[in-house]
Design a protein around this ligand. Sequence first.
Ligand code: ASP
Length: 338
Amino acid sequence: MKYFRSACVFLIPGLFRGIAAWAAEPPAEKVEYCIALHGGAHSVENRFTGEEEAQCRQSLARALEVGRKVLAENGAALDAVEKTIRAMEDDPLFNAGRGAVFNDLGKHELDASIMDGSARQAGGVAIVATVKNPISLARLVMIETPHILLSGEGAEKFADEMRGRPSIERVPNSYFDTESRRKKWLELREKEAKKTTAMLPALHPSTVGCVALDKSGNLAAGTSTGGMNNKKWGRVGDSPIVGAGTYADNATCAVSGTGIGEEFIRNSSAFHVSALMAYKQFTVDEAVRHVLEKVMKPGTGGIIALDRTGRVSMRYTTFGMARAVADSTGKIEIEVSK
Ligand code: ASP
């Protein structure tokens, strides 16, 4: 509770802006494929400077193009999601893979999950420390094991077993270090020592997520993160948990969330969006809006979701959320600050 209260203090400015929406309009022409991604929800304290904004825009554009190309060339939604997220994990700008935040021991523990909406199959990894691209290990959990979520030493051992797979590269934990994250981590620890605050929410540019619709009508979703700045050793957020931070079902939608993980877990937020579409016939945008406005606490996160007609909803109750979308009609939109 203490954790939630203190995190809220930093996200609350989003409240004064109300819920923010973007790209929720029904597509004007038939959409054959579509990809949307987020680069994390951010608080007012962590809003972008002009220079950072330009950098983030470029990073989002690069990642978007990776996934768009896969889909345009008849690739599967699952491949588009994995490849897009790998690109963002390799980009030190994001709090996923290289660039991940530090935990309270000064180390990085990474979480990720992926879901295939055609079979409602999913895989996730939590608290991994030496896997360069956790999203790819999550996909192998889905394909190669009867399980959905592997964590900590077990996930590392599974990565050992997957040695030789081109998607699995191992790195020392220090590979994930970046000076900007270290600075934010030290600043937060100093504030905590002075007891001016207990916990900041995730920094910007933050957690990454992607949803995709391919030409065969299949949906997929994935999310990857370093979690919350200065999080407790062993803490697992929503990103590796299917139904909380990630969900995909061809019958409804593909979803990825970002924000305070505990709030997403508590409300099964990603599944909640899908359930509103399945049981209440909500549109994808109505469902996202309902979950953010009526279910989750205000100012706690953002959600991107995509249905199989190519309708996209990207909403947040935080100050901002970096996000982008591209589809077969030629639409490309990128928004960084708000
Ligand atoms: N949801 C992530 C977590 O709680 C953080 C984020 O989205 O920024 O681990």
